[in-house]
Design a protein. Sequence first.
Length: 224
Amino acid sequence: MLVADGDTLARRAIREALSVAGSTVVAQAADTSQTAALAARYAPDVAVVDSNLQPDGGLATLTAVSEVAPETRVILLASNGGVDGALMALTQGAAGYLARDIELDALGRAVEGVMKGEVAISRAMALRLLERVRVLAGGFDGMRPVRSKLTTREWEVIDLLKTGASTLQMADALVISPDTVHSHVQHIMRKLRVHSRADAVALAERVRTGLPLPIGVVTDPPGV
């Protein structure tokens, strides 16, 4: 078990609660880079991460942990746990999204559930997510597979490529430079092993919707 929180007292309280629940905390981290380093070293079953972890935030930390320890399940603790934050976290691979002020004994039970393959969200959040999914039922734009080589920004580029946007239009939409857009497109094509923007969009949509991929194409991160 790995606990990542910038607040020393919060880390201690979480560690003690998890210990009472029967979980062994092998490491504690105070920031994103330290979390990733410890995850790589210990490959813990579960990491409990503050959604506001400095300096990069919980989602970036989730991505960093997934890259170095793909089997580690990450639970984010959110101070302002809205449905949009939960949806973003879960679609990016989080195994749970809970309120930061959750009762510590409940957190211990949630961790136990995650280790059994369950998702750690409250019943109220589950209902709100269901309502949001019904609204989104018309399409997959903006959704990122749990396992994917592409970053969140690269999926945003894919969605813009689908609309036929030019490099300059994408740069304006994402508030980045055209050179950065070009770099993202090149990274996408390299990761998906394609040679055109159209092929990148087509293959990315197969990844997103779970359709079978051409032989030889690998989209899961190394070690998965």
